[in-house]
Design a protein around this ligand. Structure first.
Ligand SMILES: [Zn+2]
Length: 487
């Protein structure tokens, strides 16, 4: 490393960051070698490496591990003691998206910072570089999850033997002995399950548990996630089934592996609860949401142009087939309060018009949905090339410096292709999830969750103007409803 006093004063001062992780075991890419490569790179760029930050044998992937030197480096960077970072690769520098964002934040605050890694051609000082870095860290994060899954294999073995895998006792069992039932918690679970069978919503149970401090809320807060309550009430552990990653484990004989703990439910009780919750989800995905009206916030008053919301209308005649809601300009919301309309015919009219329009548009363009990403082979090839290069260096067929010359363009291509592919599949998934609205019937439309209905409406319309009616005019007049089409 160059000494501060000897280097030309114009050189930018950078820090070198190295880390050795458990992943390096076997083909240990030692800290010393990382440092050498980083220093060479700094030299190439005419930067002055003034400090080396070295985190040893900790995994950046583990969320709670504090990397002292990494923290120190961020501090120095922020304070202006160094004006850039050189690292061996992005993986070692920031495996957690959170760490990367903290680093990027500093690059935002302090323009003209330098950045380089030996193996990737990434520059955090540019928006493109940041995007690419985010993608790469996301990928690396995923592969770390894969690694940590391998480490968990011993937990699987323990689970298969019906042994506990450690960790905090699940709700329902005693904290000091997770094989023994905690009577109070077990009672709360059974009560909640009975409620669920009687039609009570999970959200209601969650609220009650939060108020009473039940269900193992996180320390310091009484809040619990909806899915957490659901998991407690449907956990296979309740009947003694051993699980692994929330799936029931089956033994060689095809039967569930039984744990050593005391069960809380019979299989029949537990299955009933699971079935009811599963069915409720399927039938009524929007049920947990409060009642919302299709054109709330989309409709506007024809007189004052204020946004109009839907509301229950108790004055609506009992026995009428129309649902009892209206769109009402409201003084409370800053409107004139003079315009209102029965909701259901407005919703029907607007849905029909929008679906017709989208059908016509689809017929005119007729864009087919592609299923295959065209460059799959190209990506496979470049991934293969990279593996070959790494192997060649490992077996000393090529030198490190040759490797470092050949690798970056390949890696860049690979990362670009991966980014392209993930975008392609994301769009595919979104298209699939949204279905083909052009084929929707009116009834199918109204069966969709309200958010989807609104999204479809807003795709075609920017607003729906509801104009006032004359006195005594009780019949619904479609001409007084003005859809405002998007260009
Ligand atoms: Zn109004």
């Amino acid at each position: 490393m160059a000494q501060a006093g000897e280097a030309p004063t114009v050189a930018r001062k950078v820090g070198i960051y190295t880390r050795i992780s458990r992943d390096d075991e076997g083909d240990a890419l030692g800290v010393a070698r990382q440092r050498d490569d980083c220093e060479r790179l700094a030299d190439l760029r005419s930067w002055q490496a003034v400090k080396v930050y070295e985190d040893n044998d900790v995994s950046a992937f583990k969320r709670n591990v504090v990397r002292d030197e990494f923290e120190l480096m961020l501090k120095d960077l922020r304070a202006g003691l160094i004006n850039g970072v050189v690292a061996y690769d992005l993986d070692r520098l920031a495996r957690q998206p959170r760490d990367l964002e903290r680093l990027i934040e500093i690059f935002d605050e302090r323009p003209r910072l330098e950045f380089a890694t030996v193996t990737n051609d990434i520059n955090l000082a540019t928006p493109d570089g940041r995007t690419m870095a985010r993608v790469m860290v996301a990928f690396a994060n995923k592969s770390s999850h894969d690694t940590s899954r391998r480490i968990k294999r011993k937990h699987l073995e323990l689970a298969q033997q019906g042994k506990s895998t450690g960790g905090a006792a699940p709700y329902g069992w005693r904290k000091d002995d997770r094989n023994k039932v905690d009577p109070e918690a077990a009672k709360a679970i059974r009560e909640a399950q009975r409620d669920v069978l009687a039609g009570v919503r999970i959200g209601t149970i969650r609220t009650r548990w939060q108020q009473q401090g039940l269900g193992n809320p996180r320390a310091g807060t009484k809040r619990m996630a909806h899915h957490h309550v659901e998991q407690i009430l449907t956990s296979p552990r309740l009947v003694g089934y051993q699980t692994y990653h929330r799936e029931i484990l089956f033994g060689e004989d095809g039967r569930p592996v039984m744990g050593e703990w005391e069960p809380i439910n019979t299989v029949e009780e537990w299955e009933a609860v699971c079935v009811v919750i599963a069915e409720r989800k399927r039938k009524d995905p929007g049920r947990s949401l409060a009642r919302r009206y299709l054109l709330s916030g989309i409709a506007r008053c024809g007189l004052c142009k204020n946004k109009i919301r839907g509301q229950n209308n108790r004055l609506w005649k009992p026995g009428s087939k129309a649902t009892k809601y209206t769109y009402q300009c409201s003084v409370v919301n800053g409107g004139c309060g003079k315009v209102g309309r029965v909701g259901e015919p407005v919703d029907r009219l607007i849905a029909r018009l929008v679906l017709e329009e989208q059908r016509e548009k689809a017929a005119a363009t007729g864009v087919p949905i592609e299923q295959q990403w065209a460059k799959e082979q190209e990506l496979a090839d470049v991934v293969g090339d990279i593996a070959q290069l790494l192997e060649a260096e490992k077996t000393k067929q090529i030198t490190v410096s040759t490797l470092l010359q050949l690798l970056p363009p390949k890696e860049r291509l690979r990362d670009e292709l991966r980014l392209e592919r993930s975008r392609f599949f994301k769009e595919q998934k979104q298209k699939q999830a949204k279905g083909n609205t052009a084929d929707l019937t009116e009834d199918e439309f109204f069966d969709l969750p309200i958010e989807r209905q609104q999204e479809i409406i807003l795709h075609s319309l920017s607003a729906v103007i509801i104009n006032p009616v004359g006195r005594g005019n009780r019949r619904f007049d479609p001409d007084l409803i003005d859809p405002v089409w998007r260009e």
